[in-house]
Design a protein around this ligand. Structure first.
Ligand code: PLP
Length: 465
């Protein structure tokens, strides 16, 4: 039987070049989603390396989210999508037995699909709406939609005026738009040293130099940012997730918010405030767009509240930027499809969305409590109703080993690596997306596996080298 055998460059650390070859083969389609990688011994023989090297390469490919190991079955390609295949996995949990806590998804609830069905049926019989849906609209969104989305945000405790609101295709789009409108290739921007990977990739796509600002238990070290601004040229913009850093969950303290706002005025940089990771209003601090209204863009999305697949979000921006942002949006896609925005506007105004939101908060709180009970004694990060839990590992344990061992047992979590800015060292820690488990039972099962492995740390898969 023919097996997949990559052509390897003669230079480079062997396990890394094999992992790189796997990545490339997936990218080019040579290895297809769902395809089984060759048995490790066979590949080792064909490549003239030890089995340990192939084991380590597979573990690295798994850590990067490209493949998944299934106990007693082998290692499979996860697909050509971003380093996770979580949407597929989340929709097939029973089939493959995987509990995926690696991507920040809202907990599943049948009301999501049911509500969407209801609003689509309503729209389907309203001729004027259908007419509007087939026509080009303004880049910033239909005025009525902007009114309704602003009212919804205000209801959620994020005061917004339709005037300052631009409809986007989700939080990631909001980030890209902000970078596109505010920066030029080669400019410097700054963020927490551990930050949302979507910002890291958007910065790289926009050819920006992303600087990591140190952080501590009060969030971004604003004094360090002030020194950076004083010593070198200030960054063009600073990206923050002040209510909960992703991945650590740390909020930015009120006094640092004020200092950051003052610094933005003093050094004339923009603040891009990301509020996509939803928290109930009582758990949020003062938004930066209130503290520095002329300097801050605020990004929100329906992804964590309603559903990620809708791809509808909002961007609040100061008056002087609105034209620029509209131009950027037009250059990308003319506008956000009004049909989808109409569906979201109806959904958020419905009782269904209130029921869902109440349930969501209760469910997230229960999941956080569940995890904290199971992981008692560990110093954990994360908000009481956040999607994520941050687990710094005990002395002597390594996240690469633990994530690989967990994956062997069908539990997927993320290490700190994807969140690291530039070549900053990754802390030995795990991010667990508690919200992503299909049920509390699945979450309990995953946590039990984690607790077992933490108590008896697994051997490094590469110790035979
Ligand atoms: C902090 C943060 N911002 C933005 C996003 C992207 O949001 P969306 O799915 O609406 O594009 C995410 C998604 O996880 C996130 O965690």
């Amino acid at each position: 039987m023919t097996i997949w055998v990559p052509q390897l460059p003669s230079e480079g650390v062997r396990y890394r070049v094999i992992a790189d070859a796997i990545a490339l083969a997936i990218q080019t389609g040579e290895l297809a989603a769902g395809q089984k990688l060759p048995p490790q011994r066979q590949l080792a023989d064909r490549l003239g390396v030890t089995v340990g090297t192939v084991t380590r390469a597979y573990a690295e490919a798994e850590r990067q989210g490209r493949v998944v190991a299934r106990v007693g079955s082998g290692t499979y390609v996860r697909g050509n999508e971003a380093p996770s295949g979580q949407y597929f996995l989340a929709s097939r949990p029973a089939e493959d037995g995987i509990i995926d806590l690696s991507l920040s998804l809202p907990p599943p609830h049948p009301l999501r699909a049911a509500s969407l069905g209801r609003v689509l049926q309503e729209i389907a019989v309203e001729e004027p709406l259908l007419q509007r849906a087939v026509e080009y609209q303004s880049d910033r969104g239909v005025p009525e939609h902007r009114e309704r989305l602003a009212a919804w945000m205000t209801e959620l405790g994020m005061p917004a005026e339709a005037e300052s609101l631009l409809v986007t295709q989700g939080g990631q789009h909001g980030i890209s738009l902000a970078l596109q409108a505010l920066t030029r290739p080669g400019e410097r921007i700054a963020a927490d040293v551990l930050t949302y990977p979507g910002l890291i990739s958007a910065a790289s796509q926009a050819h920006l130099k992303l600087l990591g600002v140190p952080m501590d238990e009060h969030g971004m070290d604003v004094d360090a940012l002030a020194r950076l601004c004083a010593q070198q040229q200030p960054p063009r913009l600073v990206y923050v997730t002040p209510d909960q850093n992703n991945p650590t969950g740390t909020p930015l303290s009120e006094s640092r918010r004020e200092r950051l706002a003052a610094l933005a005025y003093r050094h004339d940089f923009w603040i891009v405030e990301d509020g996509v990771q939803y928290l109930p209003a009582v758990e949020r601090g003062t938004p930066l767009y209130r503290l520095a209204p002329e300097r801050t863009l605020f990004i929100f999305s329906t992804s964590k509240v309603l559903a990620g697949g809708l791809r509808i979000g909002t961007l609040l921006a100061p008056a002087m930027l609105r034209e620029r942002l509209g131009t950027a949006l037009r250059a990308q896609s003319w506008m956000v499809p009004p049909l989808m925005v109409e569906a979201v506007c109806r959904w958020v105004a419905s009782d269904d969305s209130r029921v869902l939101l109440d349930w969501l908060i209760e469910e997230l709180g229960a999941r956080q409590r569940l995890a904290r009970e199971r992981l008692v004694g560990y110093s954990l990060g994360g908000r009481a109703h956040g999607n994520n839990l941050w687990l710094p590992l005990p002395e002597g344990q390594r996240s690469a080993i633990l994530t690989a061992a967990l994956a062997q047992r069908n539990v997927l979590v993320s290490s700190a690596e994807p969140f690291c800015v530039g070549s900053e060292p990754a802390p030995q820690a795990l991010r667990l997306c508690l919200s992503a488990a299909v049920s509390r039972e699945a979450l309990t099962q995953a946590l039990d596996t984690l607790v077992e492995l933490l108590a008896e740390p697994p051997a490094a898969p590469w110790q035979t080298l």
